[in-house]
Design a protein. Sequence first.
Length: 183
Amino acid sequence: MGQHYSYRGVSPQVAPSVLVADSAELVGDVVVGEHTIIAGGVRVVGGSRGAIRIGARVTILENTVLRPLPGSDLVIEDDVVIGPGAILQGCHVENGSVVEAGALIDGWSRIGAESLVGTGACVKQRSVFAARSVIDGSPAEVMGRLRGPLRRPGWAPEGGDMPVRQDRDPGARADLEGDPGHR
């Protein structure tokens, strides 16, 4: 269930259905909603700078870094997918958005609902993008608007798709029964 650390007496609050890889770290003022996946090497560091709020059914892939900035909490709403190696700091990502691998979303920025932030995009501080935007480039800009539904990327795992350590307590995660990695 990852490493959880208190900071100034505040500990992460993680819903029971959340799957956190053993190598992930959650620090301080962090709240994670139901059925979220946090993959290996992810660092979620709340604390002296502010809070982190992660909604339900969010997928955060390997080696992503999430942190607030002074005066700007980090908020990730429901049904968001964040690709590997992304860095999000002090920003707000609205419902159903996809942030692809290696993207940077800097402080006080807001990504509208059901938007797509492209691989390696660099969203500068205080940028605001409307719902259903296709965002890419460095600095990031709107490349277009989504017409149809934004579907979950094929590279993003869902609930039982995450690898689970073989020595895990079989009673610890009833929601993983049937997963080949669960004993």
